[in-house]
Write a protein that binds this ligand. Structure first.
Ligand SMILES: [Zn+2]
Length: 683
């Protein structure tokens, strides 16, 4: 079986997956990181942050005294400015400061990351070094350079990776970074090509698109997908408005879907070239990309950012979403759990803002706790520097101390999940409609219920076998390979819950004439909603749909700036979902918590048993809750460890399960329940 990385063509994953990904040992200790990646030239030219003492602050950020302060705070990584797009020559003076800072950091055992601006360049200065750099610019259909930051920053242009010289220069930048800074990490900022309707209109991009279509669609498929004879050339679509405005609910035009796929492919190939180049120079350098957050906006459909195709190429992900983990006044829970879970499945470390000057200590504390609970190879990242422009939350030291005191727990934990919810690209990428709402609500439901779950992409379908139950919602279009894998999973004894019209269409958005549920079961034998039907050794149940508690935003508002926190609430029919899950897992799941609203859980196995990380998103003190566990070995010891100490937890026997009672009057935001059995973990 071959799984595709896009949703239409058959380029195999192996062709694009770099095999040289590295996982240096130092990552296991976890990162406590700060950064100063905006060079003075950018601060001045942009003009938005300026202060009369800017030069003095900038000097201080590079000083020995600041580095010593960072050491005292427990910082073990500094991401320094290196290349902001002005040109290696124009930034040379500032680069020298970065090199000196890197030397000071290393002398104190602090790892160093080098910032490289991928997304934009500044021709006013770069032209001194690269006379024809104006030709790099991504252009619109009238030949004018696109302005990624609009007229307010018209000095910044976006380079087209298909133009001669662009990636060659990026290689020079990476080579210079390796040579001068010897970085442990290279951060590629703003890693995107912009929105699809702004896709570059240059001749190189036209040729690239046509070549891509020829390669991805051999003549017989070409005719099947586009209806054309092979000698007819598919033109790139002339999109004059954002895709979601043009198509409203779903991209029906196969050429636009091919165009999106091509856009993703350009990014993937460019990234692969640069990271492979960097690793040849320094095999243990890790690469970090900032593609924004994964909050549920259709970035694949609008930006052509194919997460599942990019993540296997790098070691680290930068999440620029500022979503604060909290209980909202309307009752919903907000969190960046989606980004953490999705990137963790690719073994990525995630840098995630844990505080800045717009937020208070309380918010920062929750961000830090959320990172400890969910992040792979824990990164606590605080925006910019303390002691200069930056912010170091009062809650910071307590969390850093906790991380250091329990380093081995974080280093050895492995996520465990009872349930997987799958983001099926064939449905979601061309969708601006109900598929996204259903998907987000399914994830929200599992999060709010404190379930042990993970979020997979459809292209990771080979991993579903590790979970007891699959919850599928928002997957109106599935390809044959995905359907066959699901069928096999259920036949082998898996539990499947289907919400809504899953599998109504194929990957070309053609109506299959029936839903997946009807194809799995004889239509006449369809059970009532929430009741299970047996297929092979497995069970299938369905609910008609996931019902939002408040109307989900209409497709018109699907825009990049939008995050729909207000709609992130427990679905109105959560109880029906509970029943459907119970129906397909009649022996119960491994972990079933009963906790006050706002307390969420993340589950891990380690060498001695299990760890359950508890995060209270409400502002309150104290915690009382229970956790029913069905583990291979009966726990002999359960302890809650927090920043203020350790509390023993009662273990009581229930039929086929044990119940652990957690009661801690002093509980504040975060703690780890350690469940120990006599012989160590069995899962
Ligand atoms: Zn171009």
């Amino acid at each position: 079986m071959q799984f595709t990385i896009g949703w239409m063509h058959d380029l195999p994953m192996t062709e694009l997956t770099s095999t040289a990904r590295t996982r240096p040992d130092w990552l296991r200790r976890g990162c406590v990181a700060v950064g100063n990646w905006e060079p003075l030239v950018f601060q001045r030219r942009r003009g938005t942050w300026r202060t009369v003492d800017e030069a003095e602050i900038y000097e201080r950020e590079h000083s020995e005294q600041t580095v010593r302060t960072l050491v005292d705070l427990g910082v073990n990584m500094v991401i320094t400015h290196f290349y902001k797009g002005y040109g290696l020559r124009a930034e040379a003076e500032e680069t020298e400061k970065a090199v000196a800072l890197a030397r000071r950091c290393r002398a104190h055992g602090i790892r160093v990351g080098a910032y490289v601006q991928w997304g934009t360049y500044h021709p006013e200065t770069l032209v001194l070094e690269v006379p024809d750099c104006e030709r790099w610019a991504r252009i619109d259909r009238d030949g004018r350079p696109a302005l990624p930051y609009g007229s307010a920053q018209s000095f910044r242009l976006k380079a087209c990776p298909n133009r001669p010289g662009v990636l060659e220069y990026m290689e020079q930048v990476v080579a210079a970074a390796v040579d001068m800074v010897d970085p442990d990490l290279i951060h590629l900022d703003n890693f995107n090509l912009g929105r699809l309707h702004d896709a570059c209109w240059c001749d190189d991009c036209r040729a690239s698109f046509e070549a891509f279509v020829r390669q991805a669609y051999p003549p017989d498929r070409y005719r099947e997908v586009f209806g054309y004879p092979p000698e007819a050339t598919l033109r790139r679509p002339d999109l004059r408005a954002p895709v979601h405005e043009v198509f409203r609910r779903r991209i029906w035009d196969p050429a636009v879907r091919a165009y999106l796929d091509w856009h993703c492919d350009v990014s993937r190939r460019a990234l692969r070239r640069i990271v492979d180049f960097g690793r040849r120079l320094k095999p243990d350098v890790i690469f970090d990309i900032n593609t924004g957050g994964l909050n549920g906006v259709n970035v694949a459909g609008m930006l052509g950012m194919d997460s599942a195709g990019l993540y296997p190429l790098v070691e680290s992900f930068w999440d620029e979403e500022h979503c604060v983990p909290r209980v909202r006044p309307e009752g919903g829970l907000t969190s960046k759990f989606r980004s953490y879970k999705l990137t963790r499945n690719y073994d990525l470390l995630q840098f995630s803002y844990c505080g800045n000057m717009d937020h208070d200590d309380r918010d920062a504390g929750k961000w830090l706790a959320e990172s400890l609970a969910f992040n792979r190879n824990v990164a606590l990242y605080v925006d910019h520097y303390p002691g200069s422009r930056g912010f170091w939350p009062a809650t910071g030291p307590g969390y850093v101390r906790f991380l250091r005191e329990h380093e081995s727990l974080f280093a050895t934990r492995r996520p465990v999940s009872d349930i997987a919810v799958v983001r099926v690209e064939t449905a979601l990428t061309p969708s601006f409609d109900d598929d996204w709402a259903q998907q987000m609500l399914a994830e929200q439901y599992l999060f709010e219920r404190g379930r042990a779950f993970e979020i997979l992409f459809g292209s990771q379908v080979e991993r579903i076998g590790a979970c007891r139950v699959i919850l599928l919602a928002g997957a109106s279009a599935v390809d044959d390979a995905f359907e066959a894998a699901l069928r096999q999973y259920v036949n082998d004894g898996g539990g499947l819950v289907i919400a809504g019209a899953v599998g109504r269409r194929d990957e070309h958005q053609r109506d299959r004439g029936s839903n997946l549920l009807d194809r799995l079961l004889d239509r006449r034998n369809l059970p009532m909603p929430c009741r299970a039907a047996k297929i092979g050794r497995g069970l299938v149940a369905h609910v008609n749909q996931i019902v939002p508690s408040v109307p989900y935003p209409q497709e018109e508002s699907f825009d990049l700036g939008g995050t729909y926190y207000d709609a992130w609430r427990l679905p109105a029919n959560a109880v029906a979902l509970d029943r459907a899950l119970a129906a397909v897992a009649p022996d119960g799941l491994r972990f079933e918590p009963d906790a006050p609203h706002g307390v969420v859980f993340e589950y891990y196995a380690d060498d001695e048993g299990h760890q359950v990380h508890l995060l209270d998103l409400a502002d309150r003190k104290g915690l009382k809750c229970t956790l029913t566990c069905r583990l291979d070995r009966r726990p002999v010891d359960a302890r809650l460890i927090t920043r203020s100490g350790e509390t023993a937890c009662a273990i009581s026997d229930r039929s086929e399960a044990v119940e652990i009672t957690i009661a801690d009057d002093q509980f504040d935001t975060y703690g780890i329940l350690l469940i120990r059995d006599a012989d160590g973990a069995r899962s």
